[in-house]
Design a protein around this ligand. Structure first.
Ligand code: ADP
Length: 403
């Protein structure tokens, strides 16, 4: 059988098509600029001989439905999906599942209503996901759609971790609490870490660090998330590409009172103009590395603040967990930026963390690997994330009868 994974935004749909037999990627790509004159269709696939092929087309794609219609026609033409009956499930990435979803859900009207009800908590994401879900249900009524939530893995946090020290009515009446995001990625790398450690996940204590354009840390005890750095929204926690992460909330009040900004202006300031971009004018870590190496003080400071914040979270989560089996780096920065890893883990011998500088700096191998010394009580691992695979596997598991 095959599983289609969709990550639908307000004007784009990213997709991957898997063969569930050995979880091979058959095709992946992007439907972009939906609703604009020059919509874009990108398809990458593997032909019968296993050779990578790609095709790109610019044409009007008025709606999500038109985009998916074109995609299915493309897949059919290349023999990748002869008929939609080959699809066991469609897995949908949903950023915010609110307080009630702690596992993937086969989508029905009640699930749609619940995802709608948390739109105020994720106004930039959930409407796009809902558009993708609506079209999938309409075009393929016989194929179950499964919503896989970024928040679900974090639902095991205790109230001491997920409640904020603010008046209770904000929680009871407005559902304001820590939710956490990137859960699919934290869960995936935690499972892979357990496999590398040779232990069941249920016996692993881990600190997982997903460092991409967005960044978050999770503390995992006995395989379950007990704390995470993102909060009500993905703004809290680590330094990110354009998001500030942890700051004194009074910064927002100051901006409202003194900078002539309204709520949307403050939202833009903290979500889109801050983080690495705000500190040094660039949000691409590769560029920042090059600039810092060339002596740019702002770029150096951006790296310094990022690593300092990471180290604080490693320390905090080490204290929360007591014993840590492994720290896992993932995401574009976590997988590639050796300098950030080195600074975040430096001088933590007392916490049992000893990086092997040669293994850390080596560019090859680039896959799953250990970068700590054999003497390090806490293993430090690099594990490339694969959120699409995790969504596909969770979607198939959700529609498969329990054995
Ligand atoms: P997203 O959150 O959009 O999925 P990614 O996980 O792809 O993002 O991470 C993007 C970040 O990873 C960018 O800051 C990018 O510069 C950084 N990155 C990718 N490759 C490297 C590299 N070789 N060295 C340093 N940073 C890298």
């Amino acid at each position: 059988m095959k599983v289609l994974v969709l990550n639908a935004g307000s004007s784009s749909i990213k997709y991957q098509l898997f063969d569930s037999a050995e979880w091979r990627v058959l095709a992946h790509g992007l439907i972009a600029r939906i609703g604009e004159e020059a919509g874009e269709l990108k398809l990458n696939w593997y032909d019968a001989a296993g050779a990578a092929q790609s095709r790109q087309e610019t044409r009007p794609i008025p709606t999500h439905q038109a985009g998916l219609d074109l995609l299915i026609a493309d897949l059919r033409e290349r023999g990748l999906l002869a008929d939609v009956t080959e699809l066991a499930a469609i897995g949908h990435r949903v950023v915010h599942g609110g307080p009630n979803f702690n596992h993937p859900m086969i989508v029905d009207d009640a699930v749609v209503a619940e995802i709608e009800s948390v739109i105020p908590l994720a106004p930039l994401h959930n409407p796009g996901h809902l558009a993708g879900i609506a079209v999938a249900r309409q075009l393929f009524p016989s194929v179950p759609s499964v919503a896989v939530f970024d928040t679900a893995f974090h639902q095991t946090m205790p109230p001491t971790a997920y409640r904020y020290a603010i008046p209770e009515f904000l929680y009871t009446e407005h559902r304001i609490r820590r939710y956490g995001f990137h859960g699919t990625s934290h869960h995936y790398v935690a499972k892979r870490a357990a496999a590398l450690l040779g232990k069941p996940l249920a016996k692993c204590n881990l600190i997982t660090l997903h460092l991409g354009n967005g960044a978050s840390a999770s503390a995992i005890r006995n395989g379950q998330c007990v704390d995470t750095s993102m909060g009500l929204t993905p703004l809290e926690g680590l330094v990110m590409g354009t998001r500030c992460g942890d700051i004194d909330p009074a910064v927002a009040i100051y901006a409202l009172k003194n900078l002539g900004l309204d709520a949307d202006g403050v939202d833009q300031l903290l979500n889109r103009q801050s983080g690495l971009l705000g500190i040094c004018g660039v949000n691409d870590m590769r560029e920042i590395d090059l600039r810092a190496a060339a002596g740019d003080a702002a770029a150096e400071l951006a790296i310094g603040i990022t690593a300092h914040r990471l180290k604080k979270y490693i320390g905090a989560y080490s204290a929360e967990l007591g014993a840590v089996d492994a720290i896992v780096f993932t995401g574009g920065i976590g997988e590639n930026a050796a300098g950030i890893r080195q600074r975040a883990c430096a001088d933590l011998e007392r916490l049992g963390i000893v990086l092997d500088d040669t293994l850390n700096a080596a560019r090859k191998p680039s896959g799953e690997r250990r970068i700590s010394t054999p003497a390090s009580a806490v293993q430090v691992l690099v594990i490339p994330t694969n959120e699409e695979l995790e969504i596909a596997q969770q979607a198939l598991a959700a529609v498969s009868p329990i054995e």
